[in-house]
Ligand binder design. Structure first.
Ligand code: NIG
Ligand code: FE
Length: 389
């Protein structure tokens, strides 16, 4: 099947040129053939329609690449609305809340978790997200982590084993034994369903030494490393991630100059998760400082029931612009191409021949509107692998 999207007022290709990060083409067209993009350019030069080719008139509106949400925790039971409500009247966020979701998740059947996950996938697609990562981390037994990884793998190839999310209550006095379990039997049970290994390196979760051991074990099983770090305070997460060659270190809320320098000299993406600061009333990470230092920045939702129960990438863009010093174009890049970098994917996050045909038609003339009109549903149409969703 071929389809021509034409009369695009502003096309964001992310094929940067002449200092334009977004690779903008005005009055553009895109030809989709099967699951891939076949041609991109000015509408006036578009290939002539052939029999069987569908045409979509964008009516002067903007088209951007589908969002790449490189950090979510979408397989879980229950919610923690009470915790959110308490936080809004002053109770601080702490990593320990994760254990409540662990209890609810262990108690949920596969069918219940699968149905909930399907609902989230629909929610993501409707908001323009066409690629997403999902972490385990709310099972924390061999059996439960393996089933979360298996369920996540049913809906995305980007599955992350996060057995090292927090030490579960039953191991509270035996944390070394828990780390042994994570790097041993649990990892063996999850590796086949996972592409990534992650660890929450933070006070209240895992130490730098434990984190290093866990990442190394994952790598030895063929998984690629990524890290949760520097969310609740300064710490070793960023330096550990860079040393491990991690694709991404996520949160990066509390960074010292050495962290920024380490990131700038590395291939590790700094993934910022402004939904967390919004929902936990923490100070936002300083994206401007990172970008100015030459760090590659992604933004992601971190959708989870504790620290950020939103899957909205347009909201992340609005927060990144309003609160983190990013320009609208930088924020849209970070939510698309940046996410692709954070997942080491070269087939998504840009609109160019050969890329997957993952596109979003906005109900707006330019991408700036994503930040300019916060909270307004601007997603008119979404294509994933060439199929309209
Ligand atoms: O990325 N930081 C660790 N994990 C999640 C929070 C999970 C929870 O509170 O349930 C996060 O923010
Ligand atoms: Fe997270």
């Amino acid at each position: 099947m071929a389809a021509l999207i034409t009369n695009i007022g502003e096309l964001t290709t992310n094929v940067s040129r002449d200092g334009d990060l977004a690779g903008t083409i005005t009055d553009a067209a895109v030809l989709i053939e099967g699951t891939r993009i076949a041609w991109v350019g000015p509408a006036a030069d578009a290939p002539a329609p052939v029999a069987g080719m569908g045409t979509v008139d964008a009516a002067g509106r903007a088209v951007i690449p589908g969002f790449v949400d490189s950090h979510t925790h979408l397989v879980f039971g229950g919610d923690r609305a009470d915790e959110f409500e308490a936080r809004m009247t002053g109770t601080p966020y702490a990593a320990g809340g994760i254990r409540r979701t662990v209890a609810a998740t262990r108690g949920a059947s596969d069918e219940a978790l699968r149905a909930r996950l399907a609902g989230f996938v629909t929610e993501l697609h409707a908001q323009g997200t066409t690629t997403f990562e999902i972490k385990t981390g709310y099972g924390l037994t061999v059996h439960d982590e393996a089933r979360l990884a298996r369920l996540a793998a049913e809906v995305t190839p980007e599955v992350t084993f996060l057995g090292a999310h927090v030490v579960p209550a039953e191991f509270a006095e035996r944390r070394d034994e828990y780390v042994d379990l994570v790097v041993g039997e649990m990892l063996r049970a999850c590796a086949a369903h996972s592409r990534w290994i992650d660890v929450f390196c933070e006070r209240g979760a895992f130490t730098a030494d434990e984190s290093e051991r866990i990442l190394a074990a994952g790598v030895a099983h063929g998984l690629l490393p990524r890290v949760h770090g520097n969310q609740l305070g300064h710490g070793e997460g960023v330096r550990l991630a860079v040393a491990a060659g991690a694709a991404s270190v996520d949160h990066c809320t509390y960074l010292d100059d050495a962290d920024v320098a380490a990131l700038a000299g590395s291939q590790t993406v700094a993934t910022l998760l402004p939904g967390v600061e919004f929902s936990t009333r923490q100070p936002y990470p300083d994206a401007r400082r990172l970008i100015d230092a030459g760090v590659t920045v992604a933004i992601a939702s971190d959708c989870n029931p504790g620290s950020s129960f939103t899957s909205s990438m347009p909201l992340m863009i609005a927060l990144a612009v309003r609160e983190m010093g990013m320009t609208p174009s930088e924020a849209v890049w970070a939510a698309t191409a940046g996410g692709a970098r954070a997942l080491r994917r070269d087939d998504v996050g840009a609109i160019a021949p050969g890329m997957r045909a993952d596109l979003v038609l906005l109900d707006a003339p330019t991408r700036v509107h994503l930040a300019y009109r916060p909270g307004v549903p601007l997603i008119a149409s979404v294509w994933k692998d060439g199929v309209g969703l």
